[in-house]
Design a protein around this ligand. Sequence first.
Ligand SMILES: *Cc1c(COP(=O)(O)O)cnc(C)c1O
Length: 387
Amino acid sequence: MAKPLDISIVPTPAYVLEEASLKRNLALLDRVQKESGAKIILALKGFAFWSAFPWVREVLHGATASSLHEARLAKEEMRKEVHVYSVAFTDREFPHILAIADHIVFNSFSQWRRFKPQVMEANQSSGAAGRRISCGIRVNPGHSEIETPLYDPCYANSRLGVTLEEFRPDELDGIEGLHFHAHCGNNSDTLERVVASFEKRFGEYLPKMKWVNFGGGHHITKDGYDVDRLIEVIKDFRYRHGTEVYVEPGEAVGWRTGPLVSSVVDIVRNGMDIAILDTSATAHMPDTLEMPYRPEIRGAAEPGKLGHTYRLGGLTCLAGDVIGDYSFSKPLAIGDKLVFEDMIHYTIVKNTAFNGIPLPSLCIWTENGRLRVVREFGYDDYKLRNG
Ligand SMILES: *Cc1c(COP(=O)(O)O)cnc(C)c1O
C-alpha cells in the first residue's frame, strides 16, 4: 500500500500528483489496451503534467495534441506516437507540426486540400527520416449525449468535425483514418450509440481506412464505468472493419490522481463566516465556475451538516471567486490546510495568474512517501505574460 499523502509538509497552494493513483489509472488503461487491441494515447489538453510522463510512457502509446506547443511537449517529453488534431492549422505553424507528427487529423476538407501537398512532400523526402505521416479527417458522428453545450461537439452548427453533408468522398485519396470526438465524461453505453451513428453515416468509407480514432471523453477510470462494454465495442468494431482503433482520453488519465492543497489565510464575517484561502476558484480551479461543479473537500460536508459552516473564497478581487459553502466538524483557524480532491486534470492546464496571485506549485507524492516539489512559480511567470 502506498503511504497516504502527508498534508502537513505540502507548501500551499500546491497541486499534488499521487504516483500510486496515476499508476492505478494506467493499469486499468493497460488492461483496456490489451483486451481490446486499441491503442490509447493521452490527450494533453486535460493533463500535461509532464514530470509524470515517464510513468505514462510505459503504458500508453503516445499523446495527442491540439496545437504546436502541445505537439512539441508530446515529442519532447512523451517521445512516443505524436498525434495532432487542430480546429484549424495556421500556415505558420504547419511546417513545424509536419516535422514532429505521426498522425495529423484535419477538421475540414479545405484544410486537407490546403496542406496535402506539404504532407505528400514530407512523406516523399527523406526529411521525415523513416517517419511516415498518416492523415485523417475528423467527422461529426451526428450523435452525442452531452448536456452542457459548452462541452458538446455535436450541437447544431458546431464547427467541430465534418458532417455527412459536407463529406467529400472524392477527396479521400491520401486519407487513412477517420476521427470522431463526441464524448465528455460519458460511459461506454454512450460510445456504443455514437459508434452506431458514426457507422450509419460513414461506414461505407471504412474499407478505405487504416485507423479510426474514437476521440476522448471516455470516463474509463471512474467508478461505475463499464470497462468490459468498452472492450467489447472496440473489439467488435475492429473485427467488423479491420481497422486499428485509437482512444485518446485526457480526464480518465488524470482522474483522481491528487488534490490541490490550500491554507486558510483569513476569516471574515458578512452574515456568515467566510474563510479566505490562498487559492482561487477562477484562477486555480476554473471549471468549478465554468462547468460548473462543486469540488469535494476532504473532511468537509454540505453546509449545515457539520457544526461549523463557512463560505470558502479565493484571493482574487473577483466578487464571484467563491468555491462554495461547506461545513466542518471543528472551527477553521488561520493556517489550517484544506484539501480539494481530484484537482490534477483540467486545472493545471487551465490556470492563470489573474490578479497576480501566485500559481500553485506542482508536486509529486511518490509511492514510497516522499514529496517532490517539481515546480514553483514566481514573479517572472506573471510579468512575462503581461508586456
Ligand atoms: C478534449 C478532447 C479529448 C480529451 O477529452 P477528455 O474528456 O479529457 O477525455 C480528446 N480528443 C479531442 C479531439 C478533444 O477535443
